[in-house]
Design a protein around this ligand. Sequence first.
Ligand SMILES: Nc1ncnc2c1ncn2[C@@H]1O[C@H](COP(=O)(O)OP(=O)(O)OP(=O)(O)O)[C@@H](O)[C@H]1O
Length: 289
Amino acid sequence: MDAVINFFKEFSSMLPTIKVMDIVDILVVAFLIYKVIMMVRSTSAARIAKSVLIILILAGVTQLLNMYLLNYILDKILEIGLVALIVVFQPELRRMLEKLGRKNVREILSVKEEQREIDRVIEQTVQACEIMAKERTGVLIVFERSIPLLEYQKSGTVVDACVSSELLRNLFFTKASLHDGAVIIRNDRIAAAGCVLPLTENHNISSDLGTRHRAGIGISEVSDAVVVIVSEETGTISVAISGMLKRHLAPQTLEKLLLNELAPQREEKTRNPLKLLRRKQKENKDAKK
Ligand SMILES: Nc1ncnc2c1ncn2[C@@H]1O[C@H](COP(=O)(O)OP(=O)(O)OP(=O)(O)O)[C@@H](O)[C@H]1O
């Protein structure tokens, strides 16, 4: 308790000495922390970041309580952990630095960059699904969220590529070697293709649904992933979330659903107004038919 009181006493004595540059310094650090949180949010990195935060808090508490041995061990864990983190997140760090090099200052300061990317990913996915539904090509796309799907990714082939309608169509093209199984999308990139997913054991689902749909529902039961399925037989588009399957979706509904699930903080009015207008016109036209 004394330590806490001392801390606040010291803090209040320091207040008059704070300069403008100190405030700028704090604001810059806060902004950088915010950017890092936005970047790792809803990824496996977020879970690891939480663990690091817990260890940091424990290290602080043990220092305050003068628990030297435990504090020493936690300090060592943090030292080794930092090196381990750099090794584990080497691909993500490399991608982040590459992105940083490509952006201008305005883009670096903008918080909308990640949102624009997820919008683009959704647009490309919907475009691909619409075409593949018409062509009767079977599709199984898994959007990873906070629960890592690494063990399922391992059953497939690493792709690590930018999401585009053309690439998705190529991956599911019936004569392509990776068309069987699922594509996993992580952090707005195609992480892997040809992945084997767990089948649902739910006996209540419609008997006209085969293994592609069962696999899509299965992975949505064991994780928080959003799964898009296109039936090879009927061309219908479905989405599985938390073990529930929404069937017979129009491309526009699919887009709305994906935006809701994958970019919930996004408001309609912040999206490209021209695109919204075009979509509205198309919806009106479809309604008149
Ligand atoms: N466990 C699994 N993980 C990933 N993909 C799977 C799995 N099981 C089956 N699939 C995919 O589903 C395909 C078989 O689909 P099947 O026709 O049995 O299912 P369906 O739900 O009736 O789909 P469709 O309506 O498209 O015919 C396989 O070729 C494979 O690509």
